[in-house]
Design a binder for this molecule. Structure first.
Ligand SMILES: Cc1cc2nc3c(=O)[nH]c(=O)nc-3n(C[C@H](O)[C@H](O)[C@H](O)COP(=O)(O)OP(=O)(O)OC[C@H]3O[C@@H](n4cnc5c(N)ncnc54)[C@H](O)[C@@H]3O)c2cc1C
Length: 260
């Protein structure tokens, strides 16, 4: 068993240079069980990435903001985001785990990633100070482990947002979860974004359902598209038929609440 090198850089530039040798260490809750697979860790705690900025219309969450900090700020954040964060993990883990770590490791059963997808969150990364949709980053994140550093997540505050999940017990991770947001255009037109979780490598955006709603589909027809999205979502935890049925029920319920 080799020894593990520990680095604690003070700047982003220093961090990026060190990433050739090791991987970022945020809360360490997901990384620690794999400590024997890495040669070096780069502790992010001195980078001052733990700021939560809540504006009137925009929210920026620094990469090392702890999950519990989002719950503490729930009065300022969309209630459904704080609720999804609470469902993400137990209190002790939430006190340590960060949003950057959650973005890099969360799977399809992640309530938080589901909520962030419905908020159409963007992820700011270095080098290059680039911004890309979370939806896109979740598909490419495995390739960026040693090359890109998450700095923050940004999102626009929705007009309304709801989150619901079905799980084996109230505190368990979801078998199916759905987050729905409504944004209003400058002309007051309603625009819905929805994300479905509970299965697979990552939650998914319900793009077909969103498009159908834009074209004026009924809520029942739109919900049927949410159901269809989980037609093949079977695993050891739940059958595809069960997940699809629940996805349709949650979609009908949340769309009625958000748009009704
Ligand atoms: C007992 C226990 C229970 C858990 N339960 C759950 C659960 O119920 N649900 C769940 O989803 N997860 C769970 N986890 C996993 C873990 O807690 C979460 O995925 C957590 O959000 C990881 O955050 P972290 O800050 O601890 O990340 P770390 O462990 O520090 O890092 C995780 C990965 O992300 C990378 N990384 C971290 N920050 C950045 C950044 N800013 N830029 C680029 N890469 C970065 C690291 O290099 C590493 O590869 C559990 C873990 C434990 C130990």
């Amino acid at each position: 068993m080799g020894s593990l090198n520990y680095h604690r850089p003070k700047t982003i530039k220093e961090t990026l240079a060190l990433m050739e040798k090791g991987v970022p260490l945020a809360g360490g809750t997901a990384l620690t069980p794999h400590r024997y697979d890495v040669d070096a860790v780069i502790d992010l705690q001195d980078l001052k990435l733990d700021e939560l900025k809540v504006g009137k219309s925009e929210i920026q969450i620094g990469a090392t903001v702890k999950l519990q900090a989002l719950i503490k700020a729930q009065g300022e954040l969309p209630q459904a985001l704080a609720q999804a964060c609470r469902q993400e993990a137990a209190l002790n883990i939430r006190n340590i785990a960060t949003i950057g770590g959650a973005v890099m490791t969360g799977d399809g059963r992640s309530p938080l990633l589901t909520a962030l997808l419905a908020l159409d969150a963007s992820v700011i990364t270095e080098p290059g100070n680039s911004s890309e949709p979370l939806q896109k980053l979740l598909k490419t994140r495995d390739g960026m482990r040693k090359s890109r550093l998450i700095i923050a997540l940004e999102m626009v505050r929705p007009n309304r947002m709801n989150y619901e999940q079905v799980s084996r017990s109230p505190a368990d991770r979801p078998l199916v979860c759905l987050a729905v947001t409504e944004y209003l255009t400058s002309k007051g037109k309603s625009h819905v974004i929805a994300a479905l979780g509970g299965y697979g490598e990552r939650p998914i955006r319900l793009t077909k359902m969103e498009e159908a709603l834009e074209k004026g589909a009924s809520l029942a027809d739109a919900a049927a598209l949410a159901q269809k999205a989980y037609n093949d979502a079977g695993d050891a935890f739940a059958s595809a038929a069960y997940r699809a049925e629940i996805a349709g029920i949650l979609a009908r319920r949340l769309l009625t609440e958000v748009k009704g």
